[in-house]
Ligand binder design. Structure first.
Ligand code: UTP
Length: 290
């Protein structure tokens, strides 16, 4: 079994649910407390043993690339002023030289198309996908949990969680085979099924470990839900040919592509900051009583 060392970070979406904030700034640069979404994703990937990153970008996304470069003037000024605490805050933004590449998705034709754009980077290797707008608060980083499950089962492993049946039309949904309460055998996958047509209410979240053969399936460019090239449809074509499992990860997921989910993430992550938590708790109590 090949080790998991590569991750694809698709960041070429339009982020329409966050307009006008995302007119000139990528959704993945929006901060949760003090870090942009993209940095949480890169840190999570590193903690899972990922060494090579590919961001699938589009127009107006250069800040995402800049974020992982050195900021010479800023760093030099901070050093000259003795602001070592501020300098230390930049550590998480530094990546190994040559370990992060970008490819361009000129037109956002869907998540499946974005992943297909990274095909030269993926080559013949297993790879992870992290959607930076899905943020997971957990003891063990979510992708590390998936990587461990991949070592156990081989093949494809996706992170899954139960969603209200009324919401199945927002997600990729599993048809379930054997289920031991943690690992679920995936028998089928459907993108955004209507609640009464959904085979279950177990949904995929934005963390995947996939085999490179998915690229051949995506290259068919079949249009699925919403007229987009759907990753779910490409993955579905691997079922029966390769092991395919869902992992009920430990942790809480926040859909930061959605305003309410994004605001909830701010609160949940702020409460994890020792210096912020008391103030946040105090104002939450105040608003709760209004
Ligand atoms: P979303 O479904 O959240 O779409 O994409 P979006 O465009 O970012 O946001 P809305 O729905 O318009 O508000 C999920 C992930 O897939 C990427 C996005 O950047 C995000 O990380 N994506 C989506 C692409 O890279 N390319 C696409 O064509 C579509």
């Amino acid at each position: 079994m090949k080790p998991l060392r590569k991750a694809v970070l698709p960041v070429a979406g339009l982020g329409t649910r966050f307009l006008p904030a995302t007119k000139a700034v990528a959704k993945e640069m929006l901060p949760v407390v003090d870090k942009p979404l993209i940095q949480y994703a890169v840190e999570e990937a590193r903690a899972a043993g990922i060494e090579q990153f590919c961001m699938v970008t589009g127009r107006g996304k250069t800040a995402l690339v800049e974020h992982f470069d050195i900021a010479f003037e800023l760093e030099d000024t901070l050093r000259a002023r003795g602001k070592h605490d501020a300098l230390a805050l930049l550590e998480g933004t530094q990546v190994e030289p040559g370990s992060m590449v970008t490819v361009r998705q000129q037109v956002p034709l869907g998540l499946g198309h974005a992943i297909w754009c990274a095909r030269a980077f993926i080559g013949d290797d297993p790879f992870a996908i992290l959607l930076p707008d899905d943020l997971v608060l957990s003891e063990t980083p979510c992708l590390k949990q998936l990587a461990d499950a991949y070592t156990e089962t081989g093949g494809n492993v996706v992170a899954v969680t139960e969603v209200p049946r009324a919401h199945t039309n927002r997600y990729g949904i599993l048809e379930i085979g054997r289920d031991d309460g943690r690992l679920v055998e995936v028998k089928g996958l459907v993108e955004k099924p209507l609640p009464d047509e959904a085979p279950s209410n177990l949904s995929i979240i934005g963390r995947y470990v996939l085999m490179p053969q998915v690229i051949a399936e995506l290259s068919r460019m079949d249009r699925g839900a919403g007229g987009e090239v759907q990753l779910t449809d490409g993955m579905a074509r691997l079922i029966g040919r390769q092991p395919f499992h869902g992992l009920r990860y430990e942790g809480r997921r926040f859909d930061c592509g959605d305003k309410a989910g994004f605001l909830e993430a701010q609160i949940a992550f702020a409460l994890k900051h020792k210096d912020l938590a008391p103030a946040v708790r105090a104002f939450l109590r105040r608003y709760a009583n209004d």
